[in-house]
Write a new protein. Sequence first.
Length: 521
Amino acid sequence: MDLSLNIMTGNRSVEEHFLSGPVTFIGRTSDNDIILPDKNVSKKHAKITCTEDLVEIHDLGSTNGVFVNNKRIHNRCHLQPGDIIRIGQTNVKLSTRDDELLTETHILHQFSPEIEHNLDHKKLQALYDITTDLTGNLDIGILGEKIFSTLRGIFSQDRGYLALFNSDGALHPVCSEPPGKQIPLSRSIVNRMFRSGESLLFEDAIHDAALREEESILSLKVRSALCVPLIYNSQILGLIYLDQGVPGAYSQDDLDFFRSIGSLLAPLIENARLWSELKKRYKNTVETLKKTESSLIEAERTAAYVRLAHAMAHEIRNPVMVIGGLVRKISKCDNKNINDDVLQAIISSVNRVETVLKEVDSFVKIPAPVRKLQKLDDLVQEQISSHSEQFSNNSLTPVLKVNTSHVLIPIDSELIRKALSMILEEIFFSGPRKADMIISIDEDNNDIRVTFGDISSGQRLCKPFDPEIRDKPWSLGLFLNIAHKILSDHGGCIMLSPTSHTAFPIVMKVPKSIDIDTSVK
């Protein structure tokens, strides 16, 4: 009986080899009788022996085995005309010389040197693409999608799954293809991988005895699969899995390449995971800082009300004592002897009390600042002009000096007007008389300073409630506390000299930049 081996594509023969001798060697290299240019075929893969009564195929210890009618043989197997033999990923059919091709055979791949060369180029391109994506993007979910898109050009997978192990050994899905699908592997197989770091290759999962009872394998019709652990610093971080619904789609070479990809992915995915964790911790820290800042602001507000109560007592005590003394003096005198100076002093003290109470009411209602870019020198000049009468009454001549070009800063113009007015009121009440008063605007690191009076270089300054001036009577001035509260809400403050006998000179500090909407109305 004349026999031949027909290399198949689809259901037709594309190449025929007659079995003319007792032994026919099949392999990838040129020293074989039948050469199969298939990367999954070993150099000496198999041999066929023919006698008058018997035809046998022998597996010569090949890497990927020999399949006859989709069943892997052990060492050797009898052949009959019509049998389909799979060697690597190439199907051949044993035929008599006159046989017709009656059996449809599912062809997975038939390689040529040119195709194999192109595939190697694809692999290098895939490695480059994955490395580029991972180093340029630290979002694991987005990375997973890009990885599967790149791998599809090499492995043509139907499904993909990327997962990381939690500390308890449970798999946490990062990305799947299609989205939402679960990995079709049993807990026992995953545990085996977790314990040993073993990579898995399934050539025909449905017919694999170890997997035959797996419902997920059957329901998803998984035939070929690759599964590789992601190992970094001797620790298994997770796994990456691909499968197809046709048998024999993946070979040992595919598994080796997939393992290389896993080795590349593991440290980069770990870096992405650490970056994601760092961002989460940073976000939590920012939230904690915001809560702390809110608590500090509330504490500062409470402290401001306490200082307000002290300032009220201080401001009201003096005029009330004056009124009381004058009233007692009046009661002892003849009404005709009451002069205008006494009446004027009483009226002045009453006016002072009324002003204090009015400012207390205003202090309680101070709103949060709404900052916009404004020219600070214009606001200072405006307040100098609006208080011209009081400057004249105190024989003071204001001299404004602007020593910086950085006067356009983010402030609430109405509140800063209020703070400037309060500072001037305090100066008119307890400051100098009959003199020039220098008002200078300067830069001080990230602050703009408005100085009322002369401050020598290196002179120590304190806030109104610092220990060095906390016990000085003028530190409780209501006007100063109102101005300081406004400036504190802006991130600034009032600064005073601890060696001065009055609340003069005075420095107000305002940040020249802050993270806010700085669009000009």
